[in-house]
Design a binder for this molecule. Structure first.
Ligand SMILES: *[C@@H]1O[C@H](CO)[C@@H](O)[C@H](O)[C@H]1NC(C)=O
Ligand SMILES: *[C@@H]1O[C@H](CO)[C@@H](O)[C@H](O)[C@H]1NC(C)=O
Ligand SMILES: *[C@@H]1O[C@H](CO)[C@@H](O)[C@H](O)[C@H]1NC(C)=O
Ligand SMILES: *[C@@H]1O[C@H](CO)[C@@H](O)[C@H](O)[C@H]1NC(C)=O
Length: 452
């Protein structure tokens, strides 16, 4: 695995075609619909930093993959695995019981899952100083990955390439999108970059924190006392961010979550209607005094690395992939990934979104109605702060209702779009939009990639 080298694993499609050719005497070229072609590999993006990617070619009964877009999916955390969580819990062809997912995005796009930053999922580092510590490092690592990927898979160079993301993945998607735009202008990467989609994204963390109180209050999850307590700690987060003290802001962010847990009887931050009480507020406040960062990390990584998913990835999947180092486990370095990004965590990237818009890159923002951690009103708050000259026109437009089934009157989402900015309000979904509203998420992806 030298830097940027291509390797050529024998594609399973080829084996399948050879088999079919021999059965049919070479007369018919059959297109596999059940099981499509998949390839995966590591790219050494820096010394001691090895990034894992997994590509599925689109499987559409009527269309060749070359007629469909390529979507790269970026998970949050930082430290959440795209090849694990995004793939098996959200949009991949199989769910975590290895049963087909009928709302898989694979029917409308080829899917590229990348475990990033390094140390996430099956990606690993060999020395602890090789972890990324800020968004610039994350984006520059990804440029090495993408350059290698498109060099080795020239069949994707002309296909519209979109980056879809979730949570902290949205912050990375913004930074990566801008770097990719620059690389394309310099001619150092060959691809047909078509846009970024930022799902429940950590673009302006403090705008999320400031809206937690009002959101919970309006949903009957805070009383007046609670609202005042949340407002007080949110104000402290704002002060720390304004001073540029991002370490302190991260610490206070954790404290704000504690105040919310205590006042809401432990609301689920990822979907306010599905409460989970496995970590009582009292217990977590004890942990907090010991190591706030470890606790924060556990809280936010737990849902991305449940035991069942970990068993799947370290069992049958690791066996199937064959190239994962014997001594390395899926997700083993995730805590370190999170901790090394501590100073970057609360930094806003609103100005990067502005640069993307200014550069003419298509930007989609989508958000689940029931998400607390990145609630929709917090997203609307940073969108209002954009300096993009077209924003006032965007704001004057009315939104449009979307239905999954044209015969039903059940509203599934609202959308507003103008020039290269679109905003989707996804109803009845929490933080993990495709997991909660699979059919709507698929429809949105098709709309964003101009298939509907
Ligand atoms: C699908 O598209 C690729 C790339 O354009 C081409 O090489 C391949 O022959 C096509 N396959 C079929 C079955 O049309
Ligand atoms: C997927 O399956 C569910 C449950 O079986 C069904 O309700 C839904 O309509 C299906 N969606 C699609 C897009 O086929
Ligand atoms: C790097 O780490 C991997 C995973 O733990 C291990 O398999 C490999 O031997 C290490 N390489 C070096 C040069 O230490
Ligand atoms: C709550 O957590 C338990 C244990 O992790 C899990 O089995 C259960 O599915 C969770 N419930 C919800 C609603 O997320």
């Amino acid at each position: 695995m030298e830097l940027g080298r291509c390797s050529y694993p024998v594609p399973r499609l080829l084996l399948l075609l050879l088999l079919l050719l021999s059965l049919n005497g070479g007369a018919v070229l059959s297109w596999p619909t059940e099981e499509g072609k998949e390839v995966w590999d590591y790219v050494t993006v820096r010394k001691d930093a090895h990034m894992f990617w997994w590509l599925y070619y689109a499987t559409n009964p009527c269309k060749n993959f070359s007629e469909l877009p390529l979507v790269m999916w970026l998970q949050g955390g930082p430290g959440g695995s795209s090849t694990g969580f995004g793939n098996f819990e959200e949009i991949g062809p199989l769910d975590s019981n290895l049963q087909p997912r009928n709302t898989t995005w694979l029917q409308s796009a080829s899917l590229l899952f990348v475990d990033n930053p390094v140390g996430t999922g099956f990606s690993y580092v060999n020395t602890s100083d090789a972890y990324t510590r800020n968004l610039d490092m994350v984006a520059s690592d990804m440029m090495v990955l993408l350059r290698t990927f498109f060099d080795c898979h020239k069949e994707f160079q002309m296909i519209p390439f979109y980056v879809f993301s979730e949570s902290y993945g949205g912050k990375m998607a913004a930074g990566i999108g801008l770097e990719l735009h620059k690389a394309l202008q310099e001619g150092s990467i060959k691809c047909n970059f078509a846009g970024v989609a930022l799902g429940d994204s950590w673009i302006s963390p403090v705008d999320s924190v400031l809206s937690w109180g009002p959101y919970l209050y309006s949903m009957s999850l805070l009383d007046d006392q609670g609202l005042a307590e949340v407002a007080k700690v949110a104000e402290q987060v704002l002060n720390a961010v304004n001073k540029g003290d991002y370490m302190e802001a991260t610490r206070l962010w954790g404290e704000a979550e504690m105040v919310i847990e205590q006042n809401t009887d432990g609301v689920n931050f990822y979907n306010i209607l599905t409460k989970n009480t496995t970590v009582p507020a009292k217990e977590s406040s004890l942990e907090f005094t010991q190591s706030h960062l470890v606790h924060l990390c556990q809280r936010h990584m737990r849902h991305l690395q449940q035991d069942a998913l970990s068993q799947l990835m370290n069992g049958p999947i690791k066996k199937k992939l064959k190239i994962i180092p014997e001594d390395y486990s899926w997700g083993a370095q995730a805590t370190n990934v999170f901790m090394n990004m501590e100073g970057d965590f609360m930094k806003p990237v609103t100005s990067i979104v502005d640069e993307l818009l200014e550069a003419g890159v298509s930007v989609t923002v989508y958000n689940g109605q029931l998400d607390l951690i990145v609630d929709t009103i917090g997203q609307e708050a940073w969108v209002r702060k954009l300096k993009w000259p077209e924003l006032s026109t965007f704001n004057q437009l009315k939104w449009k209702a979307l239905y999954i089934d044209p015969r039903s009157s059940e509203t599934s989402a609202f959308v507003k779009s103008y020039k290269n900015l679109a905003f989707y309000w996804i109803l009845r979904a929490g933080h993990m939009v495709p997991a909660d509203q699979g059919a709507m998420a698929l429809k949105m992806m098709r709309l964003v990639t101009q298939q509907e």
